[in-house]
Design a protein around this ligand. Structure first.
Ligand code: PEP
Ligand code: MG
Length: 320
């Protein structure tokens, strides 16, 4: 089937009535870049960098990271590559990183919380990224942001790293866009405020579902409660998309839900134009996009937002 879909590789993800969508790839390593190139994805929408740190006990190895970023950016240029700052903690521990035992790791020391406490790690990653930024179209995204204070501290730190490079006469692109993951409900609720202070949003539905519904994303016992079709989740996503639009900033979805064909028309209908997913799903979603009409998608999204229960939404999406 993937073979049949391959004919779509060089076609655009565009609806019947001409609305263009970007279908980007999620990758976690330089190796996975190949898969993104094979299906001709519209850039990298999420480069998870945890893996780069997995087998290496030097948390500050700027040089090694610089080489990986340079390679990925060069291969994708001029398409965008959204690199996420290190998001360890939660379920992703580093074998050599002295992380505490926590009762609730997903509510614990994770993502930006670690980076702001361990600025040595954060700064070296940002230096590596900025140095590589001359090779392509780099965008940087910060994980697990839950307050404006965190965002502002992060931006200050980023500005500091830039001036350091400038003083040292090291070249970088001063216009690299920075965005935040929308994966904590508090941030989705305040999307309007955040939109005024960032270049773009990327909605991480894996965590947004987990935190909105208070359902551990990895607990099979309650897997039936974990659903992106829950009306609270879809309402939040819609609010975030609207806030982005009102403020003229970009918004993409990069969680698993971006690869769910039932949700493709819903997200398009909400005005979301960038979906990032595992490379293996790109051609299938492209086929679906090419069969849709934007105004039908808008009707569908509006309809979905009127339902009161997850079941009604799921049934409607499966039968319409
Ligand atoms: C998400 O939370 O949806 C996401 C894309 O990030 P991760 O799955 O790496 O937590
Ligand atoms: Mg996440």
């Amino acid at each position: 089937r993937q073979d049949d879909l391959l004919v779509l590789k060089d076609k655009a993800a565009v609806t019947i009535d001409g609305f263009k969508v970007q279908l980007a790839a999620n990758i976690a390593s330089e190796q996975e870049l190949e898969k993104a190139l094979e299906v001709n994805g519209d850039g990298i929408g999420l480069f998870r960098t945890e893996f780069l740190y997995m087998n290496n006990d030097d948390l500050k190895n700027e040089e090694r990271q610089y080489n990986v970023y340079r390679k990925v950016l060069t291969a994708m240029a001029p398409k965008p590559v959204v690199v996420r700052a290190l998001d360890i903690g939660g379920d992703k521990d580093l074998p050599y990183f002295d992380s505490p035992d926590e009762i609730n790791p997903f509510l614990g020391w994770r993502g930006i919380r670690i980076l702001l406490d361990r600025q040595d790690i954060f700064r070296s990653q940002l230096r590596a990224l900025l140095r590589a930024s001359t090779c392509g179209n780099l965008k940087i995204i910060f994980p697990m942001i839950s307050s404006l204070e965190q965002l502002r501290k992060t931006k200050d730190l980023f500005a500091g790293v830039k001036s350091e490079l400038e003083l040292a006469g090291i070249a970088y692109n001063p216009n690299v866009e920075t965005g935040i993951m929308i994966e904590v409900p508090a941030t989705a609720v305040l999307a309007e405020l955040f939109a005024a202070e960032v270049d773009f949003f990327s909605i991480g539905t894996n965590d947004l579902v987990q935190y909105t519904l208070a359902v551990d994303r990895n607990n099979s016992k309650i897997a039936n409660l974990y659903s992106p079709y829950h009306p609270a989740v879809l309402k939040l996503i819609d609010q975030v998309a609207r806030a982005a639009k009102r403020n003229g900033i970009g918004v993409e979805i990069c969680g698993e839900a971006a690869a769910d064909p039932l949700l493709t028309p819903v997200f398009l209908g909400m005005g979301i134009r960038v979906l990032s997913m595992n490379p293996g799903s790109i051609l299938e979603i492209k086929r679906d996009v090419r069969r849709l009409k934007q105004h039908n998608a808008e009707e569908k999204a509006a309809r979905v937002l009127e339902f009161k229960t997850e079941k009604e939404i799921e049934d409607y999406l499966k039968n319409s």
